[in-house]
Design a protein around this ligand. Structure first.
Ligand SMILES: [Zn+2]
Length: 335
């Protein structure tokens, strides 16, 4: 009898132990499903967000082009550049004023004397504005060139690679009409050119060859898409800069923007206002604008902008070999 009781007790105990085991298993499964799984999911999502953020960064730069992402760097690093520019300018100043005096001595008639006195005034002011247009040729290149022509001023075009006959004609017009033809990469694809130095070299030479074939001129000026201080490049920008330095290519960034690359569409008047406030108190201003199908307001802003700049006695010039370079990352800092 006692034995039987003992057996029953043992069975009961076994049964309870199994139940406890089952509950344990249930709790562990619960923990795995409701605690571990969300954690893993969180980690996956976190890495996803990271890669998306990078993607957004690239898209943002491509969309806003150069303005938004780099205005901070402009505010800080440009001050140095401008100081640097101003130093060089002071040296140039003396020689240029001397030159202009010679010019005025040689002038014979009153008309040219008047003109010279305006020029001398401008040279003495020594405020230089370089208007630059990125991303062309576009449907508006023709119009931009016409406006520059009507106002008898020269500008600088940092072009991309296009092979249709209209674009080729535009490269040619830029050169023929005395503007400066600079390069802005063939593809303008950040993902491509900033993925490896090899890609960049290939892209660079493709554009250089195209422009040489079409115009007979091999440009020696370059503007990095996104600027030399862009945060998109997977390769350290110093490698690209070293490559350009070795090829004797000068790259130009900018220290004034008209704001045509901001997300919001600014009116022509606002674009003019931005440039005028940007060039104020600068001896050398390199103004970033865009020549692209979405920038009609930039085209429309030009006549007023040029008029205002002339009235304020700025010298509007194309970039050339003697132009003081405006660079976010200075070329000579890369050995
Ligand atoms: Zn661009």
């Amino acid at each position: 009898m006692d034995n039987e009781k003992l057996e029953i007790n043992r069975n009961n105990l076994n049964h309870r132990r199994k139940r406890i085991e089952r509950i344990k298993m249930f709790i562990i499964t619960f923990i795995i499903i409701f605690l571990l799984l969300p954690t893993i999911l969180c980690l996956i999502l976190f890495s996803k967000i990271n890669s998306l953020e990078k993607e957004i960064k690239i898209l943002k730069v491509m969309h806003d082009d150069e303005y938004d992402t780099y205005k901070d760097s402009m505010n800080s690093s440009h001050k140095d550049n401008i100081v640097h520019a101003a130093e060089k300018e002071t040296v140039n100043h003396a020689t240029q004023v001397n030159d202009s005096k010679e010019v005025s001595n040689e002038s014979l008639d009153k008309e040219s004397k008047d003109k010279d006195s305006v020029d001398i005034k401008k040279i003495e002011n020594n405020k230089k504005v370089y208007l630059t247009f990125d991303d062309g040729p576009s449907i508006y290149t023709e119009k931009i060139l016409d406006i520059l022509n009507e106002n008898q001023i020269k500008a600088t075009f940092f072009v991309i690679g296009k092979t249709d006959s209209y674009s080729k004609a535009m490269y040619q017009r830029i050169v023929n009409e005395g503007h400066t033809l600079g390069m802005h990469s063939y593809s303008h694809q950040y993902k491509n050119i900033y993925n490896s130095l090899e890609n960049f070299k290939k892209d660079f030479n493709q554009l250089s060859d195209l422009l040489y074939e079409v115009t007979g001129v091999r440009p020696n000026l370059f503007r990095f898409p996104g600027g030399s201080s862009n945060q998109v490049s997977k390769v350290d920008m110093s490698q690209y800069i070293r490559y350009l330095n070795d090829k004797n290519i000068t790259y130009f960034d900018w220290n004034v923007v008209n704001g045509d690359a901001t997300g919001e569409k600014l009116t022509s008047d606002k674009l003019v206002e931005n440039v005028l406030s940007g060039v104020k108190n600068k001896k050398v201003s390199v103004v970033l604008m865009h020549d692209s199908p979405t920038k009609l307001n930039t085209v429309n802003s030009l006549p007023k902008l040029i008029r205002e700049l002339k009235e304020q006695e700025y010298n509007i010039l194309p970039i050339d070999q003697d132009t003081v370079s405006v660079q976010h990352v200075r070329a000579e800092s890369i050995k």
